[in-house]
Design a protein around this ligand. Sequence first.
Ligand SMILES: [Zn+2]
Length: 470
Amino acid sequence: MLSRPRPFIGESTSLGRTARGFATLLLAAAVAVSSSVSAFAQNVPVVRDAEIEALVRDYARPIFKAAGLANDGIDIVLVNDQSFNAFVTGRRLFINTGALVTAETPNEIIGVIAHEAGHIAGGHQQKLRDQLDRAKTMAIIATLLGAGAMVAGATTNSKGLAGAGMGVAAGGGEMAQRSILAYQRTEEITADRSAITYLNGTGQSGMGMLKTFGRFQSALSLAGTQVDPYRISHPMPQERIANLEVLVKQSPFVDNVDPPALQQRHDMMRIKIAAYMQGQAAVARLMRKNPTSLASRYGDAQQTYLYGNPGAALTKTAALIKEQPKNPYFQELRGDILMKANKPQDAAEAYAKAASLDPARSGLLLVSLGQALMAVGTSDSLKKAVTQLNNGVGRDKENSEAYRFLAQAYGEQGDIPAADLATAEGHYYAGDYKNAKIFAMRAQQKLKRGEPRWVRAQDIINYTPSNKLK
Ligand SMILES: [Zn+2]
């Protein structure tokens, strides 16, 4: 499922509304590293989704390799914003859902990633990038989006699912003021050239990049359009686009298009973002072009799950599974529907299947599996839930929401120090060191001095954030 992490602690009025899958579609909260951001970091719009994260990682991997950059373990951070933005700190790639849903082909996104890789390889803004890389994801998001987004985020809670994405977009104007990485014109030329080198090295066309940048260029003359943060941080004068066009058209790969399987995954991603973040009209718009395509039927199944009834959604999902039995995300959708239908045992089986089929080994699927096992409610399933949740956070350390479920599972087992330590971890990875320390100390009181969990609690107590973001 495409979900927004909930506040690790605190009230959220709509949380208890219905099934868990629905409830997790809420704006996240995180208390960030520095005091200057923590004041408004109550609702941070980040979305998590195993399918989209894996796809964007697949876009980035060959480019990073061609650029000679570390290409293992890149964390993909999906920012819930309808404007266009993307940047790489080094080990993390931040990208707006708006950029993903706007791009008609993988090549448009891959081109932007190639350009960003060019900035990294060129050492542009390296000092700031190092600083960002040491900061927690949520701290960067808070800095990036600023107070405007937080206010918009807060209002969406009462509007429910369909309106949630829209509410955040309303803050776009203010977000655009905040571009973390801003480049010089000469750096843009270097990054464009490098991007073409990487695209050529991977046999890919530069047309997608040209299309994207060209759109920004033409948007300059349009009054009243939403300002994309990407355009603010990357100067796009006419001359630059003209030079880029020459380079793109010189490439022997200019006419190459994305492989059909990759295009299909891209189409499914777009319709998923539309279904979860933008509402039914946006899905209908994407389906119109080819109503019987796999992506369209995927969007239809998701809409039926979100707005319709579980029985019909299951039937539609079964047809998808029949067509692509090895697609982990169809199994995941099946799990989500079964959770909504209050069939946690069946949901657990679907999530287990999803996890076993997932080449990207996403921790998110394991956390969903853990939640389903918790809902089954036997002592045996609870034990399995603890294992799966631990595996999930093992693969995905900054998933502060998963620690909440882990804490709950330990609590239900009566293991209070473990529950307190999991709560401490959740606060720690959300950047809320004050509460992390409180719970770490609480855990220590019931643990034997020097045992591994006591030592981990001590690490949290001793932690001092050394790199603050402005
Ligand atoms: Zn640039």
